[in-house]
Design a protein around this ligand. Structure first.
Ligand SMILES: Nc1ncnc2c1ncn2[C@@H]1O[C@H](COP(=O)(O)OP(=O)(O)OP(=O)(O)O)[C@@H](O)[C@H]1O
Length: 352
């Protein structure tokens, strides 16, 4: 294992912090710590980098404990949100600094700086000063500086959050490319779910100082481990029901259910897994085993697809993504049948 975090706990005087954090990351993986502000992502990242002393637990890199080592002795390097470049030094000197301290020969330093500038697409920028660069370019220099140290684990603390949306998008793609070219192991902190879903080999979803789920992006999206993950990632509908022997009952609707627990449950359904059907004239308007009924509130065309909002009879609002073609038959005020092709069931007594 390239990085192992074992039973890491840190409690601040305020009572906030993290507890019982266990993470294993393989060589070459890009893993994201994702969660809302204050959930403990930075606390975990800083503990890995050695900028923060945890109360208990261990950090192993390439099998060796680094918990006693100061940041500069750890085989890690951190890229911060705020770039942290030296303003009085040129790009070249900013990059060469770490290697000069390590007493590398001049020619070797020049070659390494040239290579890394190519990698971050900044060849020709050697003589510029940070103030002459855009935010995105400064962050590329900061990233290049970390890459030059060839860390066993590269730590990135919301590195793109100060950049505008378009640039953030580009930087994600570039980081992914760099990771594939270098095979570096990376731990990336973000509160932006889209960033996490698009960048990561695996995502660690955090909530209130603990881990809710560690899984590949598609699994986090398709098989959320808790109601918290289900509501935090992407758009989701929630329907209250009861788990019985024959399945989940939501009014007249029955959803097959493999879980053993009985009692009140919440079914989480993605908008793309909801099907809206117009009803034939004279058709029975009641719920059936395979569908609920409701009235369309709104049909919103969103480019190549549409979002249809339906007020269900007795079960609140449900949102469905439908193709542009499918919604040609649908309009506000229309009575419709609503069925589901996929859902996840959570017991209501889940404690989070
Ligand atoms: N030095 C500190 N002293 C007291 N409390 C702290 C300290 N640092 C962090 N905290 C608290 O610990 C909790 C976790 O903080 P942390 O910075 O790890 O969260 P985060 O998920 O990284 O949040 P953000 O996205 O806002 O950076 C928060 O409630 C925060 O207020």
């Amino acid at each position: 294992m390239q990085l192992s975090v074992r039973k890491l706990s840190k409690r601040y005087k305020t009572g906030d912090g993290v507890s019982g954090i266990n993470i294993d990351i393989e060589k070459g993986e890009l893993v994201t710590l994702l969660g809302p502000s204050g959930c403990g992502k930075t606390t975990v990242l800083r503990s890995i980098g050695g900028f923060l002393e945890p109360d208990s637990g261990d950090i192993l890199i390439e099998g060796k404990s680094v918990i006693q080592l100061p940041p500069e002795k750890r085989p890690t390097s951190m890229v911060f949100q705020s770039y942290n470049l030296w303003s009085h030094m040129s790009v070249y000197d900013n990059l060469a600094f770490g290697l000069k301290i390590r007493k590398k020969p001049k020619a070797e330093i020049r070659a390494a700086v040239d290579d890394v500038l190519k990698l971050v697409r900044l060849s020709g920028f050697e003589k510029k000063y940070p103030a002459e660069l855009s935010g995105g370019q400064q962050q590329r220099v900061a990233l290049a500086r970390s890459l030059l140290l060839n860390p066993a684990v590269l730590l990135l603390d919301e590195p793109f959050s100060a950049l505008d949306a378009k640039l953030r998008h580009e930087m994600r793609e570039e980081l992914r490319e760099i990771q594939m070219k270098t095979g570096l192991t990376m731990v990336f902190v973000t509160h932006d779910q889209e960033e996490a879903l698009s960048l990561s080999d695996r995502i660690i979803v955090m909530n209130h100082g603990h881990i809710e789920q560690i899984a590949e992006p598609h699994k986090i999206y398709d098989e959320p481990a808790s109601l918290y993950v289900a509501s935090f990632i992407g758009k989701m509908n929630f329907l209250e029901g009861v788990a019985e022997e024959e399945g989940i009952r939501i009014g007249g609707l029955r959803l097959p259910n493999e879980r053993k627990e009985r009692g009140p449950v919440t079914a989480a359904v993605r908008p793309e897994d909801v099907q809206i059907d117009s009803m034939a004239a004279g058709e029975d308007r009641k719920d059936k085993e395979d569908r609920l009924t409701g009235r369309i509130k709104q049909v919103m065309i969103l480019g190549h697809y549409a979002e249809v909002t339906v007020e269900l009879n007795g079960f609140g609002i449900i949102r469905a993504f439908q193709s542009k073609e499918a919604v040609q038959q649908l309009h506000a005020g229309q009575e419709v049948g609503v069925s589901m092709t996929k859902w996840t069931v959570f017991p209501n007594n889940q404690t989070n």
